[in-house]
Design a protein around this ligand. Structure first.
Ligand SMILES: Cc1cc2nc3c(=O)[nH]c(=O)nc-3n(C[C@H](O)[C@H](O)[C@H](O)COP(=O)(O)OP(=O)(O)OC[C@H]3O[C@@H](n4cnc5c(N)ncnc54)[C@H](O)[C@@H]3O)c2cc1C
Length: 307
């Protein structure tokens, strides 16, 4: 997929472009076909050039975070994946008052690092996120949440890039968050977020994080590749309980399996294909609807083409 035009982009930017890379290497499920281009912009200017190039070439693009909520179909993705992992990380404390601190975290930074940074600086509020494996950008886009916390809770503002390459900052009140959703216009990219956290006690923060990590390890199949919860939890009963209730826990299709430990996780036992994972999810959806009358909705993002 290397073309004269893409070589031109590669020469123009400081970062790197890879061609025809299998996204199975970049997703926690370990499945998915190739994307035509994967770019690692080194800075804002590189990102602007990349977006301009996509516009000129009429090429679709998407941001690839840590790939932990992503199911890429076996035929891969036509267009460009943009990774912010090399030039858009970093966390700094911008202000510290008597009761609160303000932190700026880059979208390419790992969410785990943001949780650790908060603990190291005795800032409370992010403990709920301990153990969620994505990036700050991916977690903001998904409004990731657990243990009654959500990304939006302590967010003050987001730095965004629009499809024309302009950088804007939007306060939380200008943004629309709901359960596992940030409504963002197509083509907009999250560059980072500012979080206002409460000054707390380092030891208490650590204990809460440890408690959460233990609960996760007890309930979730963390030893096998997955993308976390497949379905959003309907309002009354957890999706995992519904799937378990219709007898599908542990169901296997080739190397994809509805986890024996947590029925809202599908795990890759080795060489699972996206289509096997999607078929299992479809079975779960149909059976839960037939027997329980509840329509399950996917939480994971499914992208790309069938093979
Ligand atoms: C073991 C395990 C446990 C998990 N537990 C939880 C949990 O408790 N709670 C929870 O909410 N999730 C959980 N997840 C799911 C996942 O980790 C989160 O949704 C995470 O926030 C996704 O981040 P990511 O960087 O991996 O995003 P990706 O999977 O790479 O991307 C997800 C979506 O965000 C978009 N995106 C990513 N970065 C940006 C950006 N900078 N700008 C614009 N769009 C962007 C992508 O295009 C894609 O649509 C779990 C996953 C695993 C594997």
């Amino acid at each position: 997929m290397m073309t004269a035009n893409s070589i031109k982009l590669a020469e123009e930017i400081k970062g790197e472009i890879l061609y025809s890379v299998r996204l199975s290497q970049y997703t926690s499920f370990g499945v998915g076909g190739p994307v035509d281009f994967l770019v690692f912009p080194a800075d804002l200017e590189d990102l602007q050039k990349t977006l301009r190039w996509c516009r000129q070439q009429k090429l679709a693009y998407f941001v690839l975070g840590n790939g932990t909520n992503l199911l890429v179909r076996d035929g891969g993705v036509r267009g460009m994946a943009i990774s912010l992992s090399r030039g858009f990380g970093g966390i700094s404390e911008l202000e510290r008052g008597e009761k609160e601190g303000l932190i700026l975290a880059g979208a390419g930074e790992s969410l785990g690092r943001l949780v650790e940074f908060s603990r190291e600086n005795a800032l409370a509020g992010m403990e709920w996120a301990a153990g969620i494996p994505g990036t700050v950008g991916g977690a903001l886009f998904m409004n990731a949440g657990a243990f009654r916390g959500e990304m939006k809770d302590d967010l003050q503002s987001l730095q965004l890039m629009d499809p024309e390459g302009d950088v804007v900052e939007k306060g939380k009140e200008e943004l629309s968050f709901s359960y596992r959703v940030l409504e963002l216009k197509k083509g907009w990219i999250i560059l980072g977020g500012k979080f206002r956290l409460q000054i707390g006690n380092g030891q208490a923060i650590r204990s809460r994080m440890e408690e959460i990590l233990q609960k996760r390890a007890a309930k979730q199949p963390l030893h096998l590749p997955s993308a976390g919860s497949i379905f959003r939890n309907p309002s009354r009963v957890a999706a995992g309980k519904l799937i378990e209730g219709v007898g599908l826990k542990g169901t296997r299709l080739r190397d994809a399996q509805i986890s024996e430990k947590h029925a809202n996780f599908i795990v890759n036992l080795g060489k699972a294909r996206a289509r096997d994972i999607l078929t299992l999810a479809e079975w779960a959806k149909e059976k839960v609807f037939e027997e329980k009358g509840v329509k399950l909705e996917m939480e994971i993002q499914v992208i790309g083409e069938d093979e």
